[in-house]
Write a protein that binds this ligand. Structure first.
Ligand code: UDP
Length: 241
C-alpha cells in the first residue's frame, strides 16, 4: 500500500489516497505496528471552526489522518485541478469495523444515553464476530468521567469511536489518547444516531451529487445557520494565502 499524499486547504492538511478504503488499511497496519492514530473527518464547517479556533487548527495540523469528509472540501480541490474521492467519516468507520479480526475490539463512546448501546447492537447484528469492548454515552458527570477513563485504559480497545460532535470529540481525543496509545481514534459525529436508526443518511443520489448537506437541511432545518459555513468556506478557502 502506498503512502498518503498531504494536500492543504486553509492551512489544514488533507491526506489523500486514490481509493478511500485504503484509509482503513493504512490505519490498521499502523495499529499492528503499535502506532496509534487519530482520524479527523474534515468538512467545510469544521474548516471554518478551525479558522476561528487556533487550538483546533493546531490539533488538526498535528493529526495523523485528516480525510476529505465534506463535499465543500472535495469541490475546493477540484477547482485546484485535483480530483479527490469524498470519504464520509461514517464510511471510514464502517470499513475499519468490517476489517477487525476476532481478537480486536471496538469501543463506542458518545451520544445520548442508550444510543451507543443501540449502535453497538446494530453492529453486533451485522457481524456477530465483532468484539465490542464497551459502550458509554456522552453525558458523564466529572466523577463518572474519571471512572470511564480508568475503564478505557484497562480495556485497551483497538478502535475507539467518539460521537461527541465537533470539536468536543477532537479535543477529547487529543487530551486522552495517551490512555490507549495504540488505538485508532475516530471522531464520528452523528454516526451512532444513524446506526441506532434514529436518523437516516441521505439517499445515494444526494451523496453522489455532493448534495448530502441539502438533504440534511431538509431533515434538520434548524441547522441552516451552521450550513452558512459552506458559502463562507468557499470564499475563505479560495482567497486564503
Ligand atoms: N453529544 C454528546 N455529548 C455532548 C454533546 C453532544 O455525546 O456533550 C453527542 C450528541 O448526542 C450527538 C453527537 O454528539 O449524538 C453530535 O452529533 P452531530 O450530528 O451534531 O455531530 P457533528 O455534526 O457535530 O459532527
Amino acid at each position: 500500500m502506498g503512502e498518503l499524499q498531504t494536500l492543504s486547504v486553509m492551512g489544514l492538511p488533507v491526506h489523500w489516497s486514490d481509493r478511500g478504503e485504503h484509509y482503513a488499511d493504512w490505519l490498521l497496519l499502523r495499529q499492528q505496528q503499535g502506532l496509534g492514530s487519530h482520524v479527523v473527518t474534515l468538512n467545510a464547517e469544521m474548516a471554518m471552526q478551525a479558522d476561528r479556533n487556533p487550538p483546533l487548527k493546531q490539533l488538526i495540523q498535528q493529526t495523523e489522518l485528516v480525510i476529505p469528509d465534506g463535499a465543500g472540501i472535495v469541490l475546493y480541490f477540484r477547482l485546484q485541478g485535483k480530483t479527490l474521492q469524498r470519504c464520509p467519516g461514517i464510511e471510514l468507520a464502517e470499513a475499519v469495523l468490517e476489517q477487525l479480526r476476532p481478537e480486536q475490539s471496538v469501543f463506542f463512546y458518545g451520544g445520548a444515553p442508550g444510543v451507543a448501546e443501540a449502535a453497538a447492537q446494530e453492529w453486533q447484528q451485522r457481524n456477530p464476530q465483532l468484539k465490542v469492548a464497551g459502550v458509554q454515552h456522552g453525558y458523564l458527570t466529572p466523577e463518572e468521567q474519571l471512572a470511564f477513563q480508568d475503564q478505557l485504559k484497562a480495556l485497551q480497545p483497538t478502535v475507539i469511536l467518539l460521537a461527541l460532535g465537533v470539536p468536543r470529540q477532537e479535543f477529547w481525543t487529543a487530551d486522552h489518547r495517551h490512555l490507549c496509545p495504540n488505538a485508532v481514534w475516530i471522531g464520528v459525529g452523528g454516526s451512532f444516531d444513524i446506526w441506532a436508526g434514529l436518523k437516516e443518511r441521505a439517499p445515494a443520489w444526494f451523496c453522489n451529487n455532493h448534495l448530502e448537506w441539502l438533504y440534511r437541511l431538509y431533515k434538520e432545518p434548524w441547522r441552516w445557520r451552521r450550513m452558512l459555513a459552506l458559502p463562507k468556506f468557499a470564499i475563505r478557502a479560495l482567497t486564503y494565502s
